[in-house]
Design a protein. Structure first.
Length: 280
């Protein structure tokens, strides 16, 4: 019998409390990484867990890796200087990783840290007036995102395109090599700061399309007719191709080193919850 949906939250909370207790007090903030494909429910899990921890008296902040996206102007410059596909946000290389490292370093010193926000409707970083804040003395930082904790592929794996986008717009592999090189660099410094890693494992990349389209339909209902920033189904089809290679790699590789693996069904309900041996 599959676990009830709330069991996933209960299990993550229990494992988190045990890990935090085992590390002791008076140290830098505990960083919990939550990884999951688009539409897998990682933001929902992160917010629910943060609320529970705050109610229990644990000063908690949530940072999405999406909020670390480079500005639109920076990505346009990358598209000109490195590869045209870098104009589209999403893959490693399109985040300002140094900003995330600075946030953690500030929290490590016991100080309050500003948390950036990315405005997806305008495809650009939000003004600083709209940013959030992690308070001084934050004890728990939840870092969530689709590629949080990901490791680079071996170079030979990059030779064969995984979809039409790579085949037709990255025929020489220059973009995917640059993405992989970025992931192997500063991203690993950020992910090395994770104390516990949770993977929400989709049943396969094929369902990500449906989940992402469902998300866009929800955004359209919330924003109202004619609102900007909402993608059509055709636009989603293209958009998820940017994420396909690394999503497939994560689903194959991360269960071997994540602390907790929650395998999901097509309806996002947990099918199984297992602990995996750490290799870091």
């Amino acid at each position: 019998m599959s676990p009830e949906p709330h069991v996933a939250l209960d299990t993550v909370e229990e494992a988190l409390r045990e890990a935090m207790a085992g590390r002791g007090r008076g140290m830098r903030p505990f960083v919990l990484g939550i990884c999951g494909a688009q539409g897998s429910g990682k933001s929902t899990l992160s917010d629910a867990l943060a609320e529970r921890m705050r109610r229990a008296g644990v000063s908690t902040a949530v940072l999405s890796i999406d909020d670390l996206y480079r500005t639109r102007a920076e990505r346009i410059a990358m598209a000109h200087d490195v590869h045209p596909l870098f104009a589209v946000r999403g893959v490693p290389g399109t985040h300002e990783v140094s900003l995330g490292l600075d946030i953690i370093a500030t929290l490590d010193r016991g100080r309050a840290a500003r948390l950036p926000r990315f405005d997806k409707a305008h495809d650009d970083r939000a003004p600083e007036a709209a940013w959030g804040e992690a308070p001084a003395g934050t004890a728990l930082l939840i870092l969530e995102g689709w590629c949080v904790g990901a490791r680079p592929e071996v170079p030979d794996a990059l030779a064969t395109p995984v979809n039409d986008l790579e085949r037709e717009e990255d025929g020489d592999g220059r973009w995917r090599r640059a993405v992989n090189d970025a992931l192997a660099g500063a991203y690993q410094a950020l992910f090395d700061r994770i104390d516990m890693l949770v993977l929400l494992a989709a049943p396969g990349f094929e369902v990500v399309r449906d989940w992402r389209i469902e998300q866009e339909h929800g955004l359209a209902r919330t924003a109202g007719a004619g609102a900007g920033g909402v993608m059509s189904d055709t636009e989603v089809e293209r958009f998820i191709r940017f994420y396909e290679r690394l999503t497939r790699h994560i689903l194959a590789e991360m269960p071997g080193h994540a602390d907790l693996v929650i395998r999901l069904g097509r309806d996002r309900a947990p099918l199984s919850i297992t602990s995996a041996a750490r290799s870091r």
